[in-house]
Design a protein around this ligand. Sequence first.
Ligand code: IPE
Ligand code: IPE
Ligand code: MG
Length: 253
Amino acid sequence: MASEIAAKISPGHGPGLRVPVHLGVIMDGNGRWAKARGKRRTEGHVQGVQSLRNTVEYCIRYGVQYLTVFSFSSENWTRPPEEVSFIFNLLRRFVASDLHRLMRNNVKIRIVGSRAGLEPPLIRLIDDVEAKTRTNTGLVLVVAFNYGGRAEIAEAARRLAEDAVAGRIDPSSITEASLGRALYTSDIPDPDLIIRTSGEQRLSNFLLWQSAYAELVFVPENWPDFDESSFLRVLEAYSLRERRYGGLGATGS
Ligand code: IPE
Ligand code: IPE
Ligand code: MG
């Protein structure tokens, strides 16, 4: 199935199949995947990392330029501490095991989210990974970690308010563009497509500002089961969408 569609896309992603410049992924369903197999939730997270590795490869293969993955939300702190620390360790292990390959594949890594509440060694690790991959020119892998869309907007508003109070900016000069530049994602284009696995149909505080005109595609499989056929089915669904941005679209009707 995957290779059939792949054949249809190549070369140059061929007739009719559009590839988003920026793909956002809400990687959901790790716990349910594990539970269905009588395993611990944490095993679902381990398997989820493999799906992430695979998805990075699909993005490179099919020409996605930015991939943003939701890996830990600011609300995920409400989970049992053992699960939270397991996910934190998984980020460290992912960097240790995959940085080499990501470098080889010219991937630039960005980690977006609040640094508050993160241990200094983890902050150093994040800074280090970003610095090491900064000049890479291939896929930009944006990891939303300790990320919440509302917190991001509030932080940006606070920064603009501080600038206004200090006289650095005039409040009347605040625009959508200047607020956008105060977000973590200032140098990243808005996502064209956001997908969520596991059948849930909500954003759960992911890229709230940036998703204003993103197409949304929800797929039933849990994140550890997301494979190349799933990826291509999502691209097919995206290709059928007409993006109108409030206008009348190509047909004018
Ligand atoms: C997504 O899977 C990963 C994180 C939120 C860290 P879940 O852990 O939410 O899995 P479910 O939704 O409980 O199955
Ligand atoms: C969203 O999934 C966060 C991540 C995928 C990291 P959740 O599983 O935390 O979202 P809810 O609780 O189902 O809305
Ligand atoms: Mg979930």
